[in-house]
Write a protein of this length. Structure first.
Length: 490
């Protein structure tokens, strides 16, 4: 299989690719405004039902457990679902809920964990810090307590940088300020920390995150621009390359930070472009059935490719589409849309119409001897087979679908979003809320009994915005962090 080389790597070393500032389709309108309005309200209803159950059974804790009508605290017990949901409340005009959530945020002591768990630098940044800063900005910077809490949190997270290390450690014990990393953790801080510097006039936050990102971008990699994961902060060594979990949001922020700030330093956009170029050269593969396009993983230590995909990795379609449009590169755009079709196929092929956590496929020359008879039969029809069958309320396929609608204006992406809403309302509904399922190919699947905060922050926001007025939160004006918290372009 031959792939057109999309960019000259040598040229990227000295200059930034040509860019455009407008990526959202001009004059974007709904073909059926009444239908869009219907689904927008359905999504809002799903949010309200889910959040009402959270308030009743889990208020002040991190996650709702719908089946047992209880809660869990996987994010240090600071009320992750409240804080992570705030920007979605703003988008949905749920003013009373938002006022209540902002008041709650002002009472949280972010200087001490409410659980015995160490604090994740990455998760705490994208969920808590990102939301505090986004809502502070969205509400006209009037809620000073949100900024104060963001400073409290960042000052504690800064202990992740130890001595002369340019990379932060992934976890910190807040009781002792001792850190205990992969590139997504070290490289997914810059949007939030730079924004905090912007609002506090304290450049320390920006400098810490920036030096981590620059360090990763400058490390040797098996393929140009395509930094691998699982970094040792003291040595900076890493080996495994993927657009999936552990690497995904680092690549995402290479592009988004550049668009957020508009700064003249071209390192990040160049590195992103090289990463995509290397991916097109080395990581794209097609299934023998259906000719579906996917990205595969590469393990440099064994010089081995793995033909696997994941719900997490499906963010790449929206990211490539957004970046390819900015760079006016039709090859990247076309590749992104084909990757999205492959990801959507994982939804369209299951009984529930919902995609699995992980999947795999067969490429020319690959043996299928390790497949079960059920996996082989499924693959022969759908061009992939399920490895991890659960759906834990992840957003990535619908996130990429949102970008595809906003950039292309093709109504098939509205149809796909509507089908997802219908599937969620049918198969994820419980007696009190909505919940993940263990098997997306089983209409009677048991529920997971865990609602992570990204259900409120990402899934329902991207679905709502797909059916909302495109001019209301245009992707030409706002950049979404990896938890879908919107930030106005500088």
């Amino acid at each position: 299989m031959r792939w057109t080389v999309v960019l000259s790597i040598l040229s990227l070393l000295s200059a930034a690719p040509a860019q455009v500032s407008a990526v959202q389709k001009t004059g974007l309108k709904f073909p059926d405004p009444a239908l869009a309005s219907k689904y927008r309200e359905l999504v809002k209803g799903v949010f309200q039902t889910s959040y009402a159950a959270y308030k009743e059974y889990a208020w002040g804790h991190d996650n709702l457990s719908p089946r047992t009508r209880s809660y869990s605290d996987g994010r240090n017990g600071w009320g992750a679902s409240i804080i992570d949901a705030m920007s979605t409340m703003y988008v949905m005009d749920l003013d009373n809920l938002l006022d209540e959530a902002v008041d709650y945020a002002g009472t949280v002591n972010f200087r001490s964990s409410n659980t015995s768990d160490h604090v994740s630098t990455f998760e705490t940044t994208i969920r808590y810090l990102g939301s505090l800063l986004s809502v502070y900005e969205l509400r006209g910077r009037k809620d000073k307590a949100l900024l104060e809490k963001a400073v409290d949190l960042a000052d504690k997270l800064a202990y992740a940088w130890v001595g002369d290390n340019e990379l932060p450690f992934g976890r910190i014990d807040f009781s002792s300020n001792k850190p205990d990393t992969n590139i997504a953790e070290a490289g997914t801080l810059l949007m939030e920390w730079a924004t905090l510097s912007q609002y506090t006039a304290n450049d320390t936050y920006h400098r810490l995150a920036d030096k981590a990102m620059r360090h990763i971008a400058g490390l040797d990699a098996p393929f140009p621009g395509l930094a691998a994961q699982n970094i040792d902060p003291s040595s900076g060594k890493f080996e495994y390359e993927t657009w999936g979990g552990g690497s995904d949001s680092y690549f995402e922020y290479l592009l988004k930070y550049t668009q957020l700030t508009g700064l003249g330093d071209h390192l990040y956009i160049n590195t992103w472009a090289m990463a995509v170029d290397s991916s097109i050269r080395h990581l794209l593969s097609r299934s023998t059935v259906g000719n579906h396009l996917y990205t595969r993983d590469y393990d440099a230590s064994f010089n081995k490719y793995s033909d696997v995909g994941s719900h997490l990795a499906c963010f790449h379609a929206g990211n490539w589409l957004y970046g390819g449009t900015i760079l006016q590169n039709q090859t990247i755009v076309d590749t992104a849309l084909e990757l999205l079709d492959g990801c959507w196929n994982t939804y369209a092929s299951t009984i529930t119409g919902i995609g699995p956590e992980t999947f795999a496929y067969i490429t020319p020359g690959q043996s299928d001897r390790f497949l079960s008879s059920d996996q082989q039969a499924f693959y022969n029809v759908h061009g992939f087979y399920v490895k991890t069958s659960s759906y834990i309320l992840r957003p990535e396929v619908l996130e990429s679908n949102f970008y595809a609608w906003r950039i292309t204006g093709d109504s098939k992406y509205l149809d796909r979003a509507a089908k997802a809403v219908d599937s969620f309302r049918k198969y994820l509904r419980t007696d009190v809320a909505y919940d993940g399922i263990y098997n997306v190919d089983d209409e009677s699947s048991n529920k997971v009994n865990n609602v992570e905060s990204f259900w409120f922050a990402e899934v329902l926001k991207y679905l709502y915005l797909t059916f909302d007025d495109p001019a209301k939160m245009s992707i030409d004006d706002y950049i979404f962090n990896t938890e879908a918290h919107p930030f106005k372009k500088w």
